[in-house]
Ligand binder design. Structure first.
Ligand SMILES: *Cc1c(COP(=O)(O)O)cnc(C)c1O
Length: 457
């Protein structure tokens, strides 16, 4: 049988599927109880649902259109921060209805700068989402503050506001929500808590370009919102970062910080041209980075629309399969960035089939899928032990507070651990920009596995 015959047979017609659900591919889905044995799983030697079709590559670059723009800035030899960077910042701020945008060399440094110029310091606590990686919290540790982890909602993967409330102490000074996988965290609830307790909020929106809550884009709710323009992200520059804020004085400090501590706006004083006014860094975006960013920006809104149409389609269709549950957008969330299309794997609904086996089977059908972050929570990583041994932490905190085993126990997040063991990440920059028929391939691959579970065991 040729692969196009299979895909025709399995194809879930958009129109029919809209009214009758998933059982329109000529198959009676008897989940977890293989009856449809005609299509051999690719893992077991059958023909992959995807055949040899490729997903869109990522990052994308229209050489004919964009090379002249790149050549212009290379040719005029203004390569360090200048007009192009300012133009990119203006556009990014405008797209968000934000007063200011400051670009940086990457997202990690955007986050670190945001914390460095915040009012948190040694002895303070910052409540963090645990479903992320080290880059989210470096800045908190540079400041000598203590990360405190509040568990996630296992249905949305986002930090749970109810868990944040439980972690508030008189020492709490900040909150770090991470819009993980590009789905919005519950910012209205989080900002309510922040207002009640006068907390500084830095949003890690590094995966969440243009995600929205009630039409307001993430990165604009907290005191600062940080973005990454790393090559895999939805606005890929290769390396690049941005910070949004409405606070002009804070912005001036961020600007000065990213530029050797030189004067900027309200950061002023007795200066020569090389007089540093604040303890700083140099993390400026280059002109050619900004040109790449400006080129990518031309397509971003349109791509965002496609990703959300595809996301909504997958959410609706995949909901019918008991073995997986698409990650939910919390009430109020009006758009995700779908940087990673995420699901929860329900092993018990697929007759105990291990997640790894499901991943192998889905990958073999041509759908790039993985587990996401491994079971290695930030609060247990060697970095934390190292930080606790540092002079500043030794001076500021008690031996009890720096007891690493106690710290791990105190910060243990059961829903996080459960999610490490059950998450499925469909992850490939260009995949969510595909056609309806590309999305149908994903649905058909999931369908095929559901109907052949017994053979995988
Ligand atoms: C990518 C990312 C970062 C870091 O951004 P870089 O540009 O790679 O430095 C931080 N937090 C999250 C959640 C990310 O996905």
């Amino acid at each position: 049988m040729k692969s196009n015959e299979i895909s025709r047979r399995r194809f879930i017609g958009t129109l029919a599927a809209a009214t009758t659900g998933v059982a329109v591919s000529g198959i009676t889905p008897v989940f977890g109880n293989s009856r449809d044995t005609s299509d051999k799983l690719a893992l077991l030697g059958g023909i992959p649902v995807r055949g040899n079709k490729k997903w869109q590559t990522w990052p994308q670059w229209d050489a004919e259109k964009f090379n002249p723009k790149m050549n212009e800035v290379m040719g005029n030899r203004v390569w360090s921060r200048s007009r192009k960077v300012a133009e990119f910042e203006k556009k990014w701020a405008e797209m968000h209805g934000s007063k200011h945008c400051l670009t940086t060399v990457n997202g990690t440094n955007a986050l670190s700068a945001a914390w460095m110029q915040s009012n948190i310091g040694p002895g303070d606590e910052v409540i963090c989402s645990p479903y992320t990686f080290s880059a989210s919290i470096f800045g908190i540790l540079y400041k000598g503050a203590m990360p405190v982890f509040a568990d996630i909602d296992p249905e949305t993967f986002q930090i749970d506001p109810k868990q944040i409330r439980k972690k508030i102490t008189p020492r709490t000074k900040g909150i770090l929500p991470v819009h993980i996988c590009g789905y919005p965290s519950d910012m209205p609830e989080i900002m309510k808590i922040a207002k009640e307790h006068n907390l500084f909020v830095v949003e890690d929106a590094c995966q969440a370009h243009l995600a929205e809550i009630g039409g307001k884009r993430v990165g604009t709710f907290g005191n600062a919102g940080c973005f990454s323009f790393q090559a895999s992200k939805n606005l890929p520059i290769g390396e690049g970062g941005g910070i949004l804020t409405d606070d002009t004085e804070y912005f001036d400090r961020l600007y000065s910080y990213h530029n050797f501590g030189y004067a900027s706006g309200s950061v002023s004083g007795q200066i020569s041209s090389i007089s540093a006014l604040i303890l700083a860094n140099k993390i400026r975006m280059a002109e050619y980075q900004a040109v790449i960013g400006l080129c990518q920006l031309e397509k971003l809104e349109e791509q965002h629309k496609i990703r959300n149409e595809n996301g909504a389609y997958l959410n609706e269709k995949l909901a019918a399969y008991p073995g997986i549950t698409p990650v939910k957008l919390h009430k109020g969330a009006t758009a995700a960035s779908y940087y990673i299309y995420s699901m929860v794997y329900n092993q018990d609904k697929l007759d105990g089939l291990p997640r790894q086996r499901f991943i192998e089977a889905l990958s073999a059908e041509g759908v790039p899928v993985g587990t996401g972050y491994p079971n290695d929570p930030l609060y247990g990583q060697p970095m934390m032990r190292e930080v606790f041994k540092s002079e500043i932490y030794q001076k500021v905190y008690t031996a009890d507070e720096l007891d690493f085993e106690k710290y791990k126990q105190k910060n243990h997040c059961p829903s996080l651990i459960k999610t490490y063991g059950s998450a499925l990440w469909i992850w490939n920059g260009g995949l969510m920009l595909g056609t309806k028929s590309d999305m149908d391939d994903i649905i058909n691959a999931v369908d095929k596995i559901h109907n052949n579970v017994a053979k995988l065991k």
